[in-house]
Write a protein that binds this ligand. Structure first.
Ligand code: DAK
Length: 257
């Protein structure tokens, strides 16, 4: 499919979405978010796609929402416009999302990375929630996901000062999985994505759903949810194949059923 502000492609089980508005550091305007949702819809529906890598370019993953668009927008636009639905779509994507982050990853860009399941950062990456400098606050989950990722006090520091942190600091705070030299950023992200893509696809989706549920439920509810999804995995042919392959001492050939 052709998009204006991103490039979407697939290689085997791994698809890639590369944000592409280089003149404005991949600022996330309505059209870009629409296209991102359309690409996710297409990848969700394509059974060949097992994992999606989301990336930007060297200078920016994304420098946040498009501030040009904010000028003149009202509270009602924020409440009733398409933004909420677009972010919900990204949140609901059922397959693993691996963010490969280089350069600026700010505001809505940082919130987008946090919606991904694994974050690989180049040494050049800079993370932050600078909305406070615009007289607003994070609006796509930053005040909720950042404290869950790095703890209350660190999240407060980032959100109340608007300061950026380095990739190394983000790693030390537990916001990203690993930090690598920029030239191997995509290699590292694809190695992870390919490894996940080789696993049983239904189990991978169930595992993603179960881990995400842990972040928004009390332990007993989460354990109950996990028990149900675990039982559901036993209804798949891939479970039979995985167990049989182990016992036969061979590699499993998962079919996604
Ligand atoms: N929007 C629009 N344009 C942007 C931009 C942005 N977020 N960030 C950068 N640009 C543009 C700049 O205006 C500049 O354009 P020209 O002047 O060349 O035309 C070009 O990109 C290059 O930027 P700079 O010249 O500023 O480059 P520097 O290297 O000097 O600085 C910077 C890079 C990233 C530090 C700086 O550009 C910057 O501070 N950018 C703004 C970052 C920011 O404040 N981001 C947070 C935006 S608020 C919601 C969902 C999401 C959100 C809210 C609600 N709902 C679901 C309700 C999200 C909100 C946000 O993200």
């Amino acid at each position: 499919m052709d998009y204006e502000n991103l490039v979407a492609s697939r290689d085997g089980g791994v698809a890639t979405i590369r944000l592409h508005r280089p003149k404005v550091l991949n600022a996330l305007n309505g059209k870009t978010l629409d296209e991102l949702c359309a690409a996710l819809d297409a990848f969700e529906a394509d059974p060949e796609v097992r994992v999606v890598v989301l990336t930007g370019d060297e200078r920016a993953f994304a420098a946040g929402a498009d501030i040009q668009e904010f000028a003149g927008q009202t509270a009602v636009d924020m409440l009733e416009g398409p933004r909420g639905r677009q972010w919900e779509r990204i949140r609901a994507f059922s397959k693993p999302l691996v963010a490969a982050v280089s350069g600026y990853c700010l505001g809505g860009g940082c919130e987008l990375a946090m919606l991904c399941d694994i974050i690989v950062a180049a040494e050049t990456a800079r993370f932050g929630q600078p909305e406070i400098n615009l007289g607003i606050l994070p609006g796509a989950g930053g005040t909720q996901r950042l404290p869950r990722a790095v703890g209350k006090h660190r999240a407060m520091e980032l959100i109340l000062t608007g300061r950026h942190i380095t990739a190394q600091q983000a790693y030390e705070w537990g916001l990203v999985n690993r930090v690598v030299p920029p030239e191997v950023l995509l290699d590292e992200a694809y190695a992870l994505a390919r490894e996940i893509a080789s696993k049983a696809p239904v189990a991978v989706r169930l595992a993603k759903a179960a881990v995400l549920r842990s972040l928004d439920t009390p332990l007993d509810v989460g354990l109950d949810y996990e028990r149900r999804l675990f039982a559901l995995a036993f209804a798949t042919e891939d479970k039979e194949e995985g167990v049989r392959a182990f016992l036969d001492k061979r590699k499993p050939a998962f079919q996604g059923r």
